[in-house]
Design a protein. Sequence first.
Length: 700
Amino acid sequence: RNWVPTRRVDSLCPYCGVGCQVSYHVAGEGAAQKIVFAEGRDGPANAGRLCVKGRYGFTYSRNRQRLTVPLIRKPGIPKGVNLDPADPLAAFREASWEEALDFAAAGLRRIKDAHGPHALAGFGSAKGSNEEAYLFQKLVRTGFGTHNVDHCTRLCHASSVAALLEGIGSGAVSNPVRDVEFADLAIVIGANPAANHPVAASFMKNAAERGVKLVMMDPRETPLARHAWRFLQFHPDADVALLLSMACTIIEEGLTDPDFIAARTEGFEAFRDAALKYTPERMEAVTGIPAATVREVARAYARGPNSIIFWGMGVSQHTHGTDNSRCLIALALMTGQIGRPGTGLHPLRGQNNVQGASDAGLIPMMLPDYQRVSEPGVRARFEALWQAPLSDTPGLTVVEIMDAACEGRIRAMYIEGENPAMSDPDLDHARAGLAKLEHLVVQDIFLTETAMLADVVLPASSLYEKTGSFTNTDRLVQLAQPVLPLPGDARQDWWIIQEMARRLGLDWHYAGPHEVFAELAQAMPSYAGLSWDMLEREGAVVAPKFSAAEPSQPVLFQQTFPTASGRGRFVPVSPLPAAELPDDDYPMVLITGRVLEHWHTGSMTRRADVLDALDPVPWCGMHPDDLASIGVSSGGRVRLQTRRGQLELEARADEGVRQGSVFMAFCYHEAAANLLTQPALDPFGKIPEFKYCALRVSPA
Ligand code: SF4
């Protein structure tokens, strides 16, 4: 067959929050069409660049495991993950769309009628478009009658958003990634952009090469550290102590910006009094970082003149994740390093639409645009817009929903495009909760580990097959265009959600994503100035945009903060230990994360042939001395055990991993890292502590 491309479609990358614009070159006709190659477009976020996932990761869209027909579980088949690896579809029979949708909706109605609306829950997707996220949360709130709706931000940046909303009134980034080009110093803490935001990492590396002081701060040495001016490899649970010792230095040495503090902030005195207790000298044994190095970095950050902070899940996925972000916000506020190009706060978003899905309301305590469920005026506005009553009770978060499922309080769920049977902490517990549900509807493109536990599976669309708007980490709203036809009888996600809504008694008649977007812009003040025509015309528009006439603001907070007082707020914190510390039985620490070639739970990249060929087997990274101490060579097999589970996999020597800790990614279904992780939550963001638990390692 001749696979010479005959047409080009401009769209987006389906993976990370950088939001690279991509041209896909397509060959073939009809159902046999396929993408032959991808190249970067000159988008605002990528300037023509792509990483290995964007360039080679598209083949999952035509993987033979794609779901192409609705499935209903056969009677009497037990629920479990990988019960029949040779034929995972054996538990299901094929069904028509009419039968599958009727069956799905009838099960949800049955549970609601018998046990009330709060026995239902929905888990939406940050891989879907803004329109799909908006429709999904609207369905749960008005069709189910509950706010039990969440998405992967709960496992990602929920603690960062909690701190940002509290401190500066907005959960979004203040400055785009490429502002690193205008910075004099850039801190990257708890993030591995070379693996997880590779095009962003390339701009950081270029900036470092041009003289920007790049400060990498992480318990693990990752590739970008090679380009760093300073690399601070701190102990894995010592981040709050380290950041407080930086704040202490800045205050002690008179490097704060008193004018900015007086004019634009509140609460500094209480934070100052708390921070002054944690001198770098006193914290040296806690953090593992020499006091002189902390003082040097703190001085350079404060003096800038322009300093920016990027952070990732190494900051957010702790029981003290919100405190970590409070410290980062305090550093920016006390030095006035915010509100100008080359400064500010940038939590690097994970999935390609986690910003947009959060904006659109896939959050249990907030309606679209972070408007609180608990406020009667907010509820009244949405009740008028949606012509439906709303519960006054904020919903449960992802991990709370799993606990409630295990306890029998949640009895039915609708999960769209997410894979909690791989991504939740303490997987045995999460999978038991999913299996115990009386009715589970899963809408996805593959039979994921979560779909294996479903009663009905609805075959959906990949990004390559849909039209929709997506909001990247920089707050850029961009349009995806269909590149390929839907495979088999798979359907658009927005269409499936609407069909479910109709069967639950809602009178929905959206003609397509453009009509959903028009309503979304009506519901969300920060998107009110956006329109579908504008997105089609301009390709990418920065949010927030409160009116069409208002210019976009790539740099926020230049004059004021969107808080009640208009001021940024300091919140005092003190260091707290991780929820589970090493002991004689479990003497090491497990840190989970991601790798360059695979994305999150691996449901897409493990089915993209080039990416899976590059990284085909589960592995963990250990310091060579730790490997030697148990008599295992690099490439040998080890057993990892925690109080929740155990698994075996290949161990690779990595001098970048601190002695006493083990790193592994959570993308491998054969050795699922989250069988080991523990579910203790940050009390504010309700995010689990994926970055720290006690571990025992032995030869396998
Ligand atoms: Fe895709 Fe992110 Fe890579 Fe860009 S950096 S090509 S958005 S995975």
